[in-house]
Ligand binder design. Sequence first.
Ligand SMILES: Nc1nc2c(c(=O)[nH]1)N[C@H]1C(S)=C(S)[C@@H](COP(=O)(O)O)O[C@H]1N2
Ligand SMILES: [Mo]
Length: 331
Amino acid sequence: MLIKSQDKTEPKSYEITPETRYWSRRDWLKSVGIMGAGLAALNAAPSFALAQDPNWQAMLLDKLSNRSKWPHSTKETPTPYKDVVTYNNFYEFGTGKDDPVKNSQDFRVDPWRVKVEGEVGKPGNYTLEDIFRPHALEDRIYRFRCVEAWSMVVPWVGFPLADLLKRFEPTSKAKYVRFETLVDPDRFPAQRFGRSTIPWPYVEGLRMDEAMHPLTLMVVGVYGKALLPQSGAPLRLMVPWKYGFKSIKSIVKIQFVEKEPKSTWQQLASQEYGFFANVNPEVDHPRWSQKRERRLPNSIWDPNWMPTQKFNGYEEQVAPLYAGMNLRTNY
Ligand SMILES: Nc1nc2c(c(=O)[nH]1)N[C@H]1C(S)=C(S)[C@@H](COP(=O)(O)O)O[C@H]1N2
Ligand SMILES: [Mo]
């Protein structure tokens, strides 16, 4: 599901600026598939400092060009790329839907490490090359439902989280996996002193069987391209049967723990946001109904409301994880 750049003239600014800061220009152009097009506009751009881990971009590009199609993608029409990368929730860049695209223009991925710790045989401070190396990438088109009642259909690129977690050899005490987003006020403007809105780092967690479920995806791209910063570069989670806030972005820590971790939104408002956060039209949010969703793109004239599906349409695959559980109290 590659989309071509709209025309042969110039890529849109939201497509260019962020990645040109942390990819070599040539690699980035290849990654977005516009080699040879719009080059005149880019020639004026400055050259880039050498990345600290120069090989991860090349490795990711290679994997992106060799990705395969997952056979179970939804047949629903994908939300256009433009909407996927301009309508975002990413509080580290601000609370508005257009803050992430506006405020992520200077975001740099390098340096990036993923710290793995806790109940695990192979803890460490891994580079992106370490993380990516053995994994083949798949295009997976998932429905994506935010707790705020908007939704999209997104062609993510990634690999099963289970395949990554197994490499770290979790011990028998590892009952949950806890994730953290980067804290760096130089890179995330909303983390700067006086501008904070929520506590940092952003934290999320999954029960081990949820983390190991074959639908749970470690995402490195969207629409065949590497993730842009506003989408959670360089790697973010996608748990398609849960509300969007579970799908934590820009991950720097993976912790294997015995006890259920407290997620950011639970810390802020545990009566409204629970640990499980499974999409469920039968359990309303205290302040609004979850029975339906606005499928993007939409407008005030055409809000494009549609019914919300239990487990976001993935009931058959994931309902066994919650057999016997009261989904009303375990929201
Ligand atoms: N670190 C971090 N991860 C985050 C968020 C955030 O604010 N910070 N927002 C969450 C919410 S509420 C949603 S709906 C999705 C949005 O992902 P998208 O912008 O790629 O659509 O990211 C989730 N992951
Ligand atoms: Mo969300």
